[in-house]
Design a protein around this ligand. Structure first.
Ligand SMILES: Nc1nc2c(c(=O)[nH]1)N[C@H]1C(S)=C(S)[C@@H](COP(=O)(O)OP(=O)(O)OC[C@H]3O[C@@H](n4cnc5c(=O)[nH]c(N)nc54)[C@H](O)[C@@H]3O)O[C@H]1N2
Ligand SMILES: Nc1nc2c(c(=O)[nH]1)N[C@H]1C(S)=C(S)[C@@H](COP(=O)(O)OP(=O)(O)OC[C@H]3O[C@@H](n4cnc5c(=O)[nH]c(N)nc54)[C@H](O)[C@@H]3O)O[C@H]1N2
Ligand code: SF4
Ligand SMILES: [Mo]
Length: 695
């Protein structure tokens, strides 16, 4: 465990090995202090990115010393209505007093907590504990619900465990065919694209399924361009063809799975011409793809947000898992199914208790044994722990209503930019008695808060992240934080103490990680054998890792799946379609997503000078542009049933003519999006709604 002396030594070092502050690849990088500046340098030995970084990674220190960096707590003045500087004691006393008064008057659930998949494991763990122990509220959830929750829900059903990739990312290179369903990884995790390139050099094939011909699709041998929200019938059509051709691996299906017969019956009616009518994918192309998959020894199916962020996202992922299982792939090296998780700690963030229905170690909060175990680690009575709360969007939707929370504490999300149907969400935030936001910059959400708490950012603190492969990595502190800011752990400890928490909250990341390990012991995501020291020594460690001598688990499913009977489950699903279908008033499909040089709500990257801040924009096809009289670079107006966005047109032949794309890194895209939710994961339908466009 690091002592004060080793922490000081880390601070004094001129060169620190750490990881990027952004996406789930968690690229290794070296931060070098040169005079007063901090420079990003490669860390070539770290295996995931081998020294490569994307533009966001290379410029990640651009937020240091930024003039909009928050360095003092701010409190909204009741008279002027403006935010004014305040001391830490004043701000934390005020927050704790008002939270307690609200809970006294209206019950424990009057306070809600909203976390983020960018928070370290230590913070995510502590946030769940703050909610359940110090506040005693059930109302806690996080932005990961908007990220990969449909894939998580599908993987739990099919495999009995949810680890984004059940194998190291580099296994991609060993496949014969990789099918990317709704992933634009050449822009969203650029160093990962090297694996596709190497696979192709070896003679392997890449299939990309996306309504837009993206830079990832430019690397594909087969490019499938469906209507948004129709990946599910494409998978059903493939299963239909594989079954009809006798290409199902019957031996594998019999030995390692259950439920295939129901799938066989359910896909009988999905002949290719019907799939073509629904998805726009030509029947002939579907047949070619089925032949390619049937004739390949190692097939890997990877889904990302394009397939998952739908009201039938879970069913869509299940159908693609069914494809992988029918081919006999999961558990084989260089093959199988995986989800490309998105946020820096998208994986760990969902394992340690900031999710409404979970306790640390991926335990379920309604499981008496799980409550007993975690309560023992926390030193509290299991009966004192609340039950499951609302999912992220439902939590926000209920704020300020009769049975919703009246106060919200936000750590690590810029809700008003990134939530679906954002105008409605902003109205719910405005109905609160108290909004508290801890952030590093004045995000659009922080600007609405009654109290803003300035916190340390990645290079200024130590903590672990779990990347898309389930590899737990260590971000080391490289520099001292600016004066006046505190770490999230310190903020949480300060609040817990003032709220009269029955147990103390540590502010030392290594200590919190050790506690997290104990809380996770025996759970599905068991971290108990991992420590900061072991990660330092081994370039990261894969969970599950149940004891200090265990080597960690890079690959799952070789012998058995994590279900009670050890078999993977086929799940039969049917196609319903996006909640909103085009009609006369809104005749086009709207979808949303990302561009290379911006990250998420843009709170961080829009402030980095070296990155182009050139959006939002509206991508549309030349045929559509001609029909409505739009010209490249000139403004168009996109409307949906929820809102309107005026932004410059980008006329590109790479998008389907019936589809419009808007990136969500700027305010606006989410005024348009639909808040329809997937029934099982509660994932909102960010990737499909109906819209109209005019010049
Ligand atoms: N540059 C950059 N990189 C990032 C992030 C970022 O904000 N910026 N965020 C990180 C995070 S949190 C995440 S979750 C990941 C997301 O990574 P990705 O999932 O790769 O990113 P998206 O752009 O959201 O969506 C991918 C693709 O889905 C397509 N798509 C839209 N609708 C559909 C559909 O119905 N079906 C199919 N098959 N495709 C569809 C879009 O055209 C888009 O090209 O990226 C991570 N990396
Ligand atoms: N239309 C549309 N909307 C989407 C999506 C889409 O594809 N289309 N994708 C969805 C997805 S996948 C995601 S993941 C969400 C992401 O959307 P958000 O949840 O808004 O994600 P970020 O912009 O990363 O927000 C993180 C905030 O926390 C701050 N922050 C960073 N690090 C820390 C920290 O350590 N502590 C604290 N306290 N604050 C910190 C940042 O400055 C920023 O303000 O957006 C979702 N919204
Ligand atoms: S790919 Fe992701 S982790 Fe790697 S440098 Fe870019 S943003 Fe950072
Ligand atoms: Mo995400």
């Amino acid at each position: 465990m690091p002592t004060a002396a080793t922490t000081a030594a880390t601070t004094a070092a001129t060169s620190t090995r750490t990881h990027c502050p952004y996406c789930s690849l968690q690229c290794g990088m070296t931060l070098e202090r040169v005079g007063r500046t901090l420079e990003v340098r490669p860390w070539p030995e770290f295996p995931v990115n081998e020294g490569a970084l994307c533009r966001k990674g290379w410029t990640a220190t651009g937020l240091r010393g930024h003039r909009e960096r928050l360095t003092t707590p701010l409190v909204r003045d009741r008279v002027t209505g403006a935010l004014r500087a305040a001391g830490w004691d004043e701000a934390l006393d005020l927050v704790a007093d008002r939270l307690r008064a609200l809970q006294d008057a209206r019950g424990r659930d009057a306070v809600a907590v909203f976390g983020g998949g960018g928070l370290t494991n230590e913070k995510a763990y502590q946030l769940g504990k703050l909610a359940r122990v110090a506040l005693g509220t059930s109302q806690v959830d996080y932005n990961g619900r908007w990220c990969m929750s449909s894939a998580a829900s599908a993987a739990n059903q099919a495999f009995g465990i949810d680890r984004g990739l059940p194998f190291p990312l580099a296994d991609v290179e060993r496949a014969d065919v990789v099918v990317l369903v709704g992933s634009n990884l050449a822009e969203t995790m650029p160093p990962a694209a090297r694996h596709l390139d190497r696979l192709r050099e070896r003679g392997g094939r890449v299939v990309v399924v996306d309504p837009r011909r993206t830079p990832t699709a430019d690397r594909a041998d087969v490019f499938v361009q469906p209507v948004p929200g129709t990946d599910l019938p494409v998978a059903l059509g493939l299963l239909h063809l594989l079954d009809a051709a006798g290409a199902v691996d019957e031996e594998y299906v019999a030995a390692r799975t259950t439920g295939y017969d129901a799938v066989r019956r359910s896909v009988a009616a999905w002949w290719p011409e019907r799939v073509e009518r629904v998805s726009g994918v030509p029947a002939a192309q579907l047949r070619e793809l089925a032949d390619l998959l049937a004739g390949s020894e190692r097939v890997m199916v990877l889904t990302a947000r394009g397939a998952e962020q739908h009201s039938q996202g879970t069913a869509t992922v299940l159908a693609w898992i069914d494809v992988a299982l029918a081919l006999g792939m999961p558990g084989r090296e260089g093959a199988g199914y995986g989800c490309l998780t998105g946020q820096g700690n998208g994986q760990g963030g969902r394992e340690h208790g900031q999710k409404a229905d979970q306790l640390p170690g991926y335990r379920m909060i309604d499981d008496p044994a799980a409550r007993e175990h975690v309560a023992r680690v926390w030193g509290v009575d299991p009966d004192s722990l609340p039950g499951a709360g609302r999912s992220a969007y439902e939590l926000l939707d209920s704020l300020g209503t009769d049975d919703g929370a009246r106060a919200l504490l936000v750590l690590g999300s810029n809700i008003v930019v990134s939530a679906p149907n954002a105008t409605h969400v902003a109205e719910r935030l405005a109905a609160l008695d108290l909004l508290v936001v801890a952030d590093i910059v004045m995000s659009e959400t922080a600007a609405l808060a009654d109290v803003v708490l300035p916190v340390t950012q990645w290079a200024e603190e130590t903590g672990t992240m779990t990347n898309l492969e389930g590899r737990v990595v260590l971000r080391e502190q490289a520099v001292a934080p600016p004066e006046g800011v505190r770490s999230d752990l310190e903020v949480m400890a300060g609040l817990a103490e003032r709220l009269g928490s029955p147990v103390p909250f540590s502010t030392d990341p290594a200590e919190v990680f050790a506690e997290l390990g104990r809380a996770s012991a025996g759970g599905r995501a068991d971290y108990s054998g991992i420590s900061h020291e072991r990660i330092r020594a081994e370039h990261g460690m894969f969970w599950p890792c149940p004891d200090a001598d265990h080597p960690g688990t890079p690959r799952l499913f070789a012998d058995r799946f994590s279900t009670p009977d050890g078999r993977a489950r086929f799940v039969a699903v049917d196609h319903v379609g996006a909640a909103e279908q085009p009609d006369a008033a809104y005749p086009l499909h709207l979808t949303t997503g990302r561009v290379l040089a911006q990250y998420q709500s843009g709170a961080q990257t829009r402030r980095v000078r070296e990155l182009p801040d050139d959006g939002p924009f509206v991508e549309l096809h030349p045929l559509l542009a001609e029909r409505i009289g739009a010209r490249d670079g000139e403004p168009v107006v996109v409307t949906t049933r929820r809102g309107e966005l005026k932004a410059p047109a980008r006329v590109v032949a790479t998008i389907r003519p019936d589809t419009v794309f808007v990136p969500f890194h700027w305010v606006g895209a989410n005024r348009l999006t639909n808040d329809a939710l997937d029934p099982s994961s509660r994932m909102p339908e960010f990737k499909a709604c109906s819209c109209a466009v005019r010049a």
